[in-house]
Design a protein around this ligand. Structure first.
Ligand code: HEM
Length: 530
């Protein structure tokens, strides 16, 4: 029997036809007939006159070329909201820049970041355990202990940075090619995990590789699952969660012995003397998480699985973001001018001399040119192309200052890329000016607070690279110190061959902008070390 005949026989059976018709009907309803929850008066960004299915066609165009969508938004939707159809982010409204202040000020029971993130990353299926996301106690540790301890952790970070560069960039004094992203993401993995789990675990290559695989898999799985129609979502989501949870389990295998040993040591020491921390107790995120878990009195938090899951989630939040930032800045430097590198070296040398030749938090704060270079690189390359993506959770919706009412269940975002490239905010915006912010900080005619606000970690309506408001990145104070330290070390210890005007283009994946993953630079170890 031919395939066609077999198919025709199957379709004669009501038991087969009924579900097939139902599924096709549902897909047609979802794609073409389902009424939109978004305000009807709003125009669609990316739709063209004469489109048959404006939302669908705009969704395709915007997802394929998001930069073009941003240009349209900048030209036509500068002062009014528009619907921004995009695969993977349903019901999104791009608000005009005049609404940024309003969005960042809203309480969580009106505009909610976590609901939005949970939905877009499908964390109920992609996280090692959804409860870790529903109760993100680790965020508290990031804002408090990690930020406060960053200064004390600088010596560890310096040691790990030196170890990482020697391992991955080597000590050859002859020029050679290195792949920027691939090597730097590994150095970031080492340095960040030195702070998360300490040495020697931070140097376990299999464990680091698993955390990177997990960090890559989650956004891809989230994007895929969000795009699925509801009836098949449940089943596919469960199937998708299996390899991800397996990955998390394999990661857990590596970290388990360390957690168990530390839990026993913690219990033993607290039995002996409730007040005193034992000498030699580690100062890293895992140790703080154990103390936090024990203080909570809830055994769920000190289960090995929970502690391992939180460290994996931290890797997810930090490794990609930091790797992208350092890759961008190295590519920016390699394509700019030697005089910029010379100026940086002079600054670092003189500040280190003032601090007894030691890297520390105060020295890092004084390196304003280094800080400015990082902020300028973020300005030009930030992955935040639209910012402050939040879900409307207020039952009655919200009415924005631009005068539109957006219903509960829709999502909003604000322009970031447009503002970061705006000539009126950043004169000569398309030119990479590494010391732009350092010069502004030196301008005595401007009041001190305004000058200090030009530091890399400072979020504002004009600088959304770390978000803004109550959900601004809690790890940014740690990240800025870590990355400045790494870049400072790199500049002092390696020569990068400068080829002006040759910066590899960034890549866009839907609304995310990322550096070229295979770009290489020529480097050699400097003979005269810092
Ligand atoms: C250069 C590196 C980094 C960049 C550019 C970055 C950027 C961001 C951005 C844009 C957001 C969303 C903020 C918003 O929508 O208002 C965010 C959130 C977050 N980041 Fe970062 N981040 C970086 C490093 C880190 C590090 C090192 C950690 C952890 C130690 C971290 C932990 C988090 C967490 C937990 C959130 C969610 C906050 C919440 O749930 O309220 N990030 N980050």
């Amino acid at each position: 029997m031919t395939l066609l005949a077999k198919l025709s026989e199957c379709l004669d059976r009501p038991a087969v036809v009924a579900p097939v018709v139902l599924v096709i009907g549902y897909i047609i309803y979802q794609l073409f007939l389902k009424p939109s929850v978004l305000p009807k008066q709003l125009d669609i960004i990316g739709a063209k006159k004469g489109d048959w299915f404006p939302t669908l066609q705009a969704k395709w165009r915007n997802t394929k070329d998001f930069k073009a969508a941003l240009r349209i938004a900048d030209a036509e939707f500068r002062d009014r909201p528009g619907i921004l159809p995009l695969l993977g982010v349903p019901n999104l409204v791009l608000l005009p820049r005049g609404d940024i202040q309003f969005v960042q000020e809203q309480p969580e029971n009106v505009l909610n970041m976590h609901v939005q993130t949970m939905e877009s990353l499908q964390t109920d299926y992609t996280s090692p355990d959804p409860e870790l996301i529903h109760n993100p106690v680790h965020n508290k540790l990031i804002t408090t202990t990690l930020t406060n301890q960053t200064g004390n952790l600088v010596p560890d970070m310096v040691e790990e940075t030196a170890y990482g560069f020697e391992k991955l960039w080597g000590t050859d004094t002859e020029y050679k090619d290195v792949c920027v992203y691939d090597t730097l993401r590994r150095v970031i993995g080492l340095v960040t995990n030195r702070v998360f789990v300490g040495n020697p675990l931070c140097r376990n290559e299999e464990m680091l590789e698993l955390s990177m695989q997990y960090a890559q898999a989650v956004p891809a799985a989230g994007f895929f699952l969000v795009s699925l129609p509801k009836p098949i979502h449940w089943l596919v989501a469960r199937a998708t969660s299996i390899p991800l949870r397996r990955l998390a389990k394999r990661y857990e295998k590596y970290i388990r012995p360390e957690i168990e040993a530390r839990l026993s040591a913690y219990d033993a020491s607290r039995r002996e003397d409730l007040e005193k921390k034992p000498a030699g107790e580690r100062n890293d995120f895992l140790q703080w998480s154990i103390a936090q878990a024990k203080e909570s009195g809830d055994p769920y938090h000190w289960k090995v699985e929970s502690l391992a899951g939180r460290i994996l989630l931290l890797n997810f939040a930090s490794i990609h973001t930091s790797s992208f930032s350092i890759t961008h800045v190295v590519l920016d430097l390699a394509a700019s001018k030697q005089e910029y590198v010379d100026e940086l070296r002079a600054e670092i040398k003189s500040v280190l001399a003032e601090h007894g030749g030691q890297w520390n938090k105060r020295a890092l704060a004084k390196m304003e040119k280094l800080d400015s270079l990082m902020r300028e690189s973020s300005r030009m390359n930030s992955f935040v192309t639209v910012g402050l993506m939040r879900r409307v959770v207020a039952k009655g919706g919200i009415t924005t200052p631009s005068g539109v009412t957006i219903p509960c269940g829709a999502s909003v975002c604000v322009p970031a890329w447009q503002v970061l490239h705006d000539e009126t905010v950043y004169p000569d915006a398309e030119t990479f000016k590494p010391f732009r912010f350092a010069e502004q900080r030196k301008d005595d005619s401007v009041e001190y607070v305004k000058r200090a606000n030009k530091a890399w970690a400072t979020a504002s309506n004009e600088f959304l690279a770390f978000g803004h408001g109550r959900n601004a990145c809690p790890g940014r104070f740690f990240a800025t110190n870590e990355l400045k330290l790494m870049l400072g070390y790199l500049v002092m210890n390696y020569d990068i061959e400068i080829k002006e005007g040759t910066r590899p283009r960034n890549n866009w994946y839907s609304l995310n902008r990322v550096p070229s993953f295979d770009a290489t630079v020529r480097i050699k170890r400097r003979v005269a070390k810092a």
